[in-house]
Ligand binder design. Structure first.
Ligand SMILES: Cc1cc2nc3c(=O)[nH]c(=O)nc-3n(C[C@H](O)[C@H](O)[C@H](O)COP(=O)(O)OP(=O)(O)OC[C@H]3O[C@@H](n4cnc5c(N)ncnc54)[C@H](O)[C@@H]3O)c2cc1C
Length: 548
């Protein structure tokens, strides 16, 4: 039999062509519209360049960077401690491209309005191509405000300048010899992650110049090859935030002992370690006892990146599902022509667009926050609302997209398996689901401006949709007594808030997704599996919007 004969084991009929290369900017209309809507039109050509790169070279690099996982080398061949992690070269390539493209720095280096929105779009694009590198990228970006807090000290100026450089310099050497640096973050200890007040790591002052010696451990310590880490530790005056570099200012190795790497469910390209501090030298940031407020400033930005990352993961999973459905035939038709599959794909498209739209709206609030108290309050509370809901929706979303590929989706050669393993992570770190919901209750109870900012956002879409109208009435009644919201009901409240906010953004944007989103998420009988949109929804308009 000839190799090309139909049905022969060596032929591949009824299989889709390769997914990549694919331009992640031009094929994503909801992204392009969100960038314009939220005030970053001036950055479109830069984003177009990164989108093309992400869907081609970065996408390809991601496979090796995840297949060949990082390895820890605690000692060199002479028995000296080096505490170094080795990565596949493609990991470094991904980092190099991202840092050169501004994923860590655009919002700090470019003073034009919209820079945070543009950086958010970069983060979303990068996450679609490769998510493990997004961990050190987001931490480096988010650490900058903390590094800029103490401008009087030369050390700080150097750290801030090198964290915002567009040069990736992975050499494990003291900062004086580096052109660019990356920053990690260490809060979680064995006895507690959510409750950081339980931290046991001790910080002992060396003198009065802000230098300390730290001893203790961190149970999760991602990106351990970062040049420095913002860590929490107990100082004499209470929990403080410290910058702990890999190398001391005198050029000797700091007391940072990497004990082992975590054997993780996913996120394989990114090394996450357990570390011990053996009289490690560190500089204090802010006052003793004020460590949580300092690090919270960073965490608000990393939480926004969790929203963006999970939105990116949804988008990539959807694009893979659409690609397969357009080419695969069953029962005499392409999958994308079957009514029930159209419902599934359209429903996923709604969810992905809503996730992105809310994330980009929050990015605009971050942009405007320094000069606008309402936007600052909005950013503060909606990072918690959005992080809870978008990250919570992602695992179910990716599982559904994976199922669109049938058995192929469950096989490692397809990207979906990697996306599926990654999907739960954003919901866990930077404050797990319940912690976000409790944070929303706390903010509503203590800061009246946050509830007002939420309601103002919902009112901005007043009169545009009856389902949102009804949801707003309900939410307004609930928020009228913010001090007495029941803790056990926090997830239900935050989910309702998130969907109402998503509806408000989509309606005002005039998106074709808005009406079906409101009906299916806020209307009667909402909820259940994806693919349960009312049968009279116009699937074609929704699918045409997301098909390249
Ligand atoms: C791959 C990976 C990398 C990580 N990298 C880092 C890192 O670089 N730096 C770092 O500091 N941390 C890191 N973490 C740790 C992560 O931030 C923590 O795991 C997370 O904050 C939860 O803390 P915990 O594991 O101690 O869980 P716990 O605090 O024990 O919480 C367990 C569960 O209980 C819930 N819970 C806690 N308190 C309450 C409450 N009062 N009411 C209701 N529910 C509650 C939580 O939501 C969670 O679901 C990483 C984690 C992972 C998985």
């Amino acid at each position: 039999m000839e190799a090309s004969a139909p049905g022969h084991a060596g032929t591949a009929s009824n299989q889709p062509p390769e997914f990549a290369p694919r331009d992640l900017w031009t094929t994503d209309a909801p992204l392009r519209e969100a960038v314009e809507r939220e005030g970053a039109a001036a950055f479109c050509s830069h984003l177009a360049t990164y989108g093309a790169l992400a869907g081609d070279e970065l996408y390809s690099l991601g496979f090796d960077a995840n297949r060949d996982r990082p390895r820890l080398r605690t000692h060199d061949r002479f028995g000296e401690r080096i505490d170094r992690v080795e990565f596949h070269p493609h990991y470094h390539e991904l980092m190099r491209h991202a840092i050169a493209g501004g994923v860590t720095s655009l919002s700090w280096n470019d003073r034009r309005p919209g820079a945070h929105v543009a950086r958010a779009a970069l983060s979303y694009l990068h996450y679609q191509a490769e998510s493990g590198t997004s961990c050190p990228l987001t931490m480096t970006h988010a650490a900058v405000p903390a590094l800029r807090r103490e401008p009087a000290l030369a050390e700080w100026a150097e750290w801030a300048a090198k964290a915002t450089a567009t040069v990736y310099d992975p050499a494990d050497v003291p900062i004086a010899r580096k052109r660019g640096v990356t920053i990690g973050m260490g809060m979680t200890e064995k006895q507690g992650g959510s409750d950081v007040r339980a931290n046991l790591t001790r910080a002992t002052p060396l003198g009065d110049d802000g230098g300390y010696v730290l001893s203790g451990h961190k149970w999760f310590f991602s990106a351990p090859m970062s040049d420095a880490f913002l860590v929490l530790a107990q100082a004499p005056g209470g929990l403080g935030c410290f910058l702990l570099p890999r190398w001391r200012p005198d050029g000797t190795r700091n007391g940072l002992r990497l004990m082992r790497l975590k054997d993780k469910l996913g996120d394989w390209s990114n090394a996450s370690s357990e570390v011990e501090f053996d009289d490690a030298w560190a500089l204090r940031i802010g006052e003793e006892g004020r460590g949580v407020p300092v690090i919270i400033e960073m965490v608000m930005l990393t939480r926004l990146d969790c929203m963006l990352g999970s939105s990116g993961l949804m988008r990539m999973a959807l694009a893979q599902a659409l690609h397969h459905a357009r080419h695969r035939r069953t029962f005499g038709k392409r999958l994308v022509e079957h009514a029930l599959m159209r419902n599934v794909l359209a429903d996923l498209a709604l969810e992905a667009e809503a996730a992105l739209a809310l994330s980009m709206r929050v990015a605009r609030a971050v942009d405007a926050a320094p000069g606008d108290a309402t936007e600052a309050a909005f950013a503060r509370i909606v990072t918690a609302v959005g992080k809870y809901w978008i990250c919570k929706r992602t695992p179910g979303f990716v599982a559904e997209a994976l199922e669109c590929l049938g058995g192929n989706g469950y096989v490692e050669e397809a990207l979906l398996a990697r996306l599926y393993r990654q999907a739960p992570l954003n919901s866990i770190w930077e404050g797990s689901g319940n912690i976000q919901c409790l944070d929303v209750l706390r903010a509503l109870g203590r800061e009246p401006a946050s509830g007002q900012a939420l309601l103002a956002e919902l009112d901005a879409a007043s009169g545009l949709d009856q389902h949102l109208e009804a949801a707003t009435v309900q939410l307004r009644a609930l928020l009228a007594d913010p001090g007495n919201l029941p803790e056990a009901g926090a997830r239900r409240l935050v989910a309702q808030l998130a969907m109402a906010l998503q509806a408000s953004v989509l309606l005002r944007a005039g998106s074709p997704a808005a009406g079906p989103f409101c009906r299916s998420r806020l209307g009667e009988g909402a909820g259940g599996a994806f693919g349960t949109l009312p049968a009279d929804v116009g699937f074609s308009a929704l699918l045409e919007r997301v098909l390249p």
